[in-house]
Write a new protein. Structure first.
Length: 119
């Protein structure tokens, strides 16, 4: 019987790794930048609190009439809460870009509610 060629080692299937250029780490925010972002968060939170008070009052008066609050008000209100919570967590973690992103999203929802409530 003729000699058989040696079996080649099985080739491992590996996902093609996308070559990512090494990005420099984002510089840590300065204490002044974090303080400015916290002040922005506080001002947004004040607007959000005013809207919540108005929505709670509206909900109570509608409930007294047997009605539910309009979903076009409920959804943005829930988003404001979620975005503000996310911004606060990002600020506490020192993640300024994420905090700013969450605050921009919250502000858009706050503006939607202010317009709907004629504020």
């Amino acid at each position: 019987e003729p000699p058989r060629p040696p079996a080649s080692a099985p080739v491992e299937a590996r996902p093609a790794a996308a070559v990512q250029p090494q990005q420099p780490a984002a510089p840590s925010p300065t204490p002044a930048q974090l303080q400015e972002a916290r002040e922005q968060w506080t001002m947004l939170n004040s607007r959000a609190t005013g809207i919540r008070v108005t929505l709670d009052s509206l909900q109570r008066s509608q409930a007294a009439s047997g009605l539910n609050m309009n979903s076009r008000l409920q959804q943005p209100a829930h988003l404001v809460d979620a975005y503000m919570e996310g911004a606060n967590a990002a600020l506490n973690a020192g993640d300024l870009p994420a905090a700013k992103d969450f605050m921009q999203k919250a502000e858009r929802q706050i503006e939607t509610l202010e317009k709907a409530l004629n504020r």
